[in-house]
Design a protein around this ligand. Structure first.
Ligand code: RNT
Ligand code: ZN
Length: 430
């Protein structure tokens, strides 16, 4: 029974006719669904490499993940080599409509079996990834890796009290921006290089200031090295707390908001990096009032920064609405950041990315101007009534049609493809 649910393909003619009917319904509200789909096709999502192997990377230094990052689950088929990770990504992308990007962490360097420490990494160690992205028509984003390393084992990196450790991580930061610029130049599409550090304290600090002063000096040193801004865009990512940094995180939201503003950097808002009941929805227009561009790490925290696979929930919908309603799509780099090892990892990518795209689509077929007019006229009754009516509009038929036109499976048929890949490829990795 379940096998047929997963593999049954939808008749293209019924997808087309359902779309026609949906198109009429939206046209009656003044919404052009063809135009919405054209806009949707131009929005890339940056697929994070680390869902494919539980943030492991290929250094094989035997370092534990640590740094407050925790992956639970032991589903079969984790990628063990760059080739496997690339193959899994290609599989996932074949089930996701649209053209997207690939987001790589520095600890996925290919050093040909040689131990190259993080501060000595260079573009050549990422040539395999660059060539592959070029071949796949993917833009690429990048991240220095300030974790899973002996010099990060006490949870401090750029804000470390030890000058030698600080220096090492500053060198890593500089190296990564140069790698980012090389990536951007090679692919003809600017690479967003995002700095996230774990630095913080488990228990009550006496001095909350000195680590922040050290972080500012370290970041300033990293960013003082000129790299071509056409090819590399710098971003900084804040966090409220992590496992082992419950009492204090050096790079908090207020810290990086100020840093991004004064240094003209991109601010990265990770949806899981605030109080568990706080969302980033209302922060988007607030920070865009003062910043040109932002990076999103779309994740789903459950009770804590748990990095569950993204699904179409109220928060995701509201984020997409903010981006579309305010015309922020062109100024927002949308990246995903979740890692779940308890389910098929390829499926996790597909579920999360398809959900992000579905939410954007739902926002794109909203009669925003009409809703705005109601609001401006003080018709809050009409506004609330329409928002509720929009929830039962046939956006699913528009989504199915988009998948059909983009040559990816319509509906649950993609699950069958992943199951087949699990049997034929992933299960052989034990
Ligand atoms: C950690 C941050 C960071 C990482 C990745 C691996 O809390 O969210 O973005 O998840 O860089
Ligand atoms: Zn993140």
């Amino acid at each position: 029974m379940s096998a047929t649910i997963f593999t049954s393909t939808v008749n293209p003619a019924s997808v087309e006719s359902a779309y026609k009917a949906a198109k009429d319904r939206y046209a009656a509200l003044g919404v052009d669904t063809d135009a919405a789909l054209q806009r949707l096709a131009g929005i890339p999502i940056s697929l994070h490499c680390w869902q494919g192997d539980d943030v492991g990377g290929f250094e094989n230094a035997g370092e534990e993940l640590g740094a407050g990052l925790a992956v639970t689950g032991n589903f079969l088929g984790k990628a063990r080599t760059p080739e496997e990770l690339r193959g899994d990504t290609v599989k996932a992308l074949s089930l996701i409509p649209g053209k997207h990007r690939f987001n790589l962490h520095a600890l996925y360097a290919e050093t040909g079996g040689k131990r190259v420490d993080r501060n000595a990494l260079a573009p050549e160690h990422f040539q395999g990834w660059i060539d592959w992205c070029k071949e796949q028509g993917l833009g690429m984003d990048f991240n220095p890796s300030y974790f899973s390393h002996p010099k990060a084992s006490d949870g401090m990196t750029l804000a470390h009290a030890d000058v030698g450790i600080r220096k090492f991580w500053i060198e890593h930061g500089i190296a990564c921006r140069q790698i980012g610029a090389a990536i951007g130049a090679a692919l003809g599409s600017a690479c967003v290089t995002n700095v996230w550090i774990p630095d913080g304290m488990k228990d009550l600090p006496i001095d909350r200031l000195a680590p922040r002063e050290r972080l500012t000096a370290a970041l300033d040193e990293i960013f003082a090295v000129p790299v071509n801004g056409k090819h590399n865009l710098d971003a900084v990512e804040s966090k409220l707390f992590g496992i082992g940094s419950e009492s204090y995180v050096v790079g908090s939201h207020e810290y990086y908001l100020g840093y991004a503003l004064t240094r003209k950097k991109l601010l990265c808002l990770d949806t899981g990096h605030f109080h568990p009941t706080e969302t980033i929805v209302d922060k988007i227009s607030a920070v865009f009032s003062h910043l040109d561009e932002i990076l999103l790490h779309v994740s789903r925290g459950i009770r804590w920064d748990s990095d569950h696979v993204v699904v179409v929930d109220e928060t995701l919908m509201a984020i997409a609405q903010e981006l579309v309603r305010n015309n922020y799509v062109g100024r927002t780099h949308i990246g995903l950041d979740f890692f779940d090892a308890s389910i098929n990892r390829v499926a996790a990518w597909v579920i999360g990315t398809r959900s992000m795209i579905k939410a954007l689509l739902a926002a794109l077929v909203e009669p925003t101007q009409q809703l705005r007019d109601m609001e401006n006229a003080g018709d809050f009754t009409g506004r609330l009534a329409m928002l509720e009516e929009m929830k039962s509009m046939p956006s699913a038929a528009v989504w199915d049609y988009y998948c059909l036109k983009q040559n990816v499976p319509v509906g649950p048929a993609w699950i069958g493809e992943v199951k087949k890949y699990e049997t034929e490829v992933l299960s052989k990795r034990q």
